[in-house]
Ligand binder design. Structure first.
Ligand SMILES: Cc1cc2nc3c(=O)[nH]c(=O)nc-3n(C[C@H](O)[C@H](O)[C@H](O)COP(=O)(O)OP(=O)(O)OC[C@H]3O[C@@H](n4cnc5c(N)ncnc54)[C@H](O)[C@@H]3O)c2cc1C
Length: 443
């Protein structure tokens, strides 16, 4: 029986483990936290359709509710753009602990073994093949290692160059986040319950204030680390604009990281496949990664099942990479350019885009299922944008937009040329072109 080790209890890793164990594989998950400490003390939003991909039913109705449309603001908080997502496309909001409980219970039923409170230190590599993992309970060996250890995975980071997996997340590619639930300070009806502000106070990043019946949820995200003093100061700024945001910390209050970049250029090597945040599977402009990890788990499971002799080599696992990029990854690589573009616009330019309708409510009506840039920016065509900028007479902004457009075109053409069949030289050459296109400077 083929032995599969899952390093870290990431969502995609547990989902893949569950489907593989159901089909007779010997699968063990090694997770550093205790079972009752999995996940975070807060809620998540994801597309419920992804549950069917990993053979899970919809959760009980008491465990979720449909998400509110969000209202977006520019840095000055003066123009509001409210999403209008079709009801059938709305995502659900669930406690992260309940998502984990659901995943783990199904996985156990299917025969997955869990080793909780066990930290993974790194990969064990023989030649160019990953053959096991070092854990604080000793070395364990398997036929395939699925890396679901999240953004800072020590398995990915410990891979030698010969494996070809570039484990560096890179500058401006991760969001440092503070998230906390405070008491709801007013009983008054709040019209826009879920407010998202780009570049609040002119700082690179986002912030959201979501007013719930029992609490008000604050998230502050920046491209650079910040401390509790700064989080508290920023929270006060949001309080000045949102009377519902109280001062009594109810839940959360943690600093975490979210990857916001293109997916890993190489998801697999001999004996190894990355999934979830370890592979940077979040939507780069909104940071949602749960549904994508579930979809990737399905693709990985199909790839493993198709490998009848259990070689689990870069060659046989390549199918997983091709499926992922085709369905999601190529779109996310383009969205990573859009995220990068946000870093070159000044707060005034972002405000102007809101005020002039260059960004509009339709553009921002995206959900975690959206990967196509043309669907996102469907609210305007280039002619509209030129007209609106013409009125604003802003040549600098237009020039920046053209530069972004050129980079997007380069990234699109490289992802479209990804080899469908594995050959080391063709894949090495593709990875070089992909990383070159992604590293094109915008300024
Ligand atoms: C504040 C915040 C809000 C978010 N909101 C949403 C949302 O609303 N919707 C959405 O879709 N996504 C959201 N995300 C993103 C989402 O959490 C991830 O994209 C998703 O969970 C997939 O990541 P993962 O499970 O692979 O990694 P992680 O969630 O990082 O899980 C990795 C797992 O590996 C374990 N691990 C790590 N290192 C080791 C080690 N050395 N040894 C053993 N175990 C280890 C960790 O304990 C953890 O259990 C949010 C993220 C954050 C931080």
């Amino acid at each position: 029986m083929k032995k599969i080790l899952v390093a870290g209890g990431g969502h995609g890793g547990i989902a893949a483990a569950s489907m593989l164990a159901k089909r007779g594989y010997d699968v063990t998950v090694y997770e550093r936290h205790a079972e009752d400490a999995m996940g975070y003390d807060w809620t998540d939003i994801f597309a419920p359709g992804a549950l069917a991909e990993i053979e899970l039913p919809m959760p009980g109705k008491d465990l979720y509710e449909y998400k509110e449309n969000m209202t977006f603001y520019g840095p000055s908080y003066r123009t509001a753009l409210r999403q209008d997502i079709a009801p059938e496309k709305l995502e659900i909001k669930m406690e992260r602990r309940d998502i984990y409980a659901m995943l783990i219970s199904a996985a156990k039923k299917n025969g997955v073994k869990f080793v909780f409170s066990c930290a993974v230190h790194g990969p064990i590599v023989l030649g160019n093949r990953v053959v096991g993992i070092e854990t604080d309970q000793g070395a364990v060996y398997g036929d395939l290692i699925i890396d679901a250890c999240g953004i800072d995975s020590p398995v990915k980071k410990g891979l030698p160059e010969v494996c070809g997996v570039n484990g560096e997340t890179g500058e401006n590619n991760q969001f440092y986040v503070y998230r906390a639930f405070y008491n709801r300070a007013t009983e008054e009806e709040v019209k826009d319950k879920y407010k998202v502000c780009l570049y609040a106070e002119g700082r690179l990043g986002i912030g959201w204030v979501a007013t719930e019946p029992e609490y008000t949820d604050l998230l502050i995200g920046r491209f650079e680390p910040f401390d509790l003093e700064e989080a508290n100061r920023t929270a006060d700024y949001y309080r000045s604009l949102n009377p519902s945001l109280g001062t009594e910390l109810k839940r959360g209050g943690q600093f975490v990281k979210i990857p916001v970049r293109q997916p890993l250029s190489r998801l697999v090597c001999d004996g190894y496949a990355a999934i979830g945040d370890a592979a940077y599977m979040t939507v780069p402009i909104i940071g949602s990664g749960i549904a994508n990890s579930f979809k990737a788990a399905r693709m990985l499971c199909e790839t493993i099942l198709a490998d009848r002799f259990g070689a689990y080599s870069a060659d046989t696992l390549w199918k997983y990479q091709v499926s992922y990029y085709k369905a999601l990854g190529a779109g996310f690589a383009v969205l990573a350019c859009v995220k990068e573009a946000l870093t070159i616009f000044t707060p005034d330019e972002i405000d102007l885009m809101f005020d002039r309708g260059i960004l509009n409510a339709k553009d921002l009506s995206i959900d975690a299922d959206t990967t196509d840039i043309f669907k996102i920016f469907s609210g305007n065509n280039m002619q509209d944008i030129r007209k609106k900028l013409g009125v604003a007479k802003d040549k600098t902004l237009m020039k920046k937009m053209m530069t972004v457009g050129r980079k997007i075109a380069a990234v699109m053409s490289v992802t479209a040329a990804m080899p469908h069949r594995y050959s080391k030289s063709a894949v090495d050459s593709w990875v070089r072109s992909y990383e070159k296109a992604i590293s094109l400077k915008l300024l």
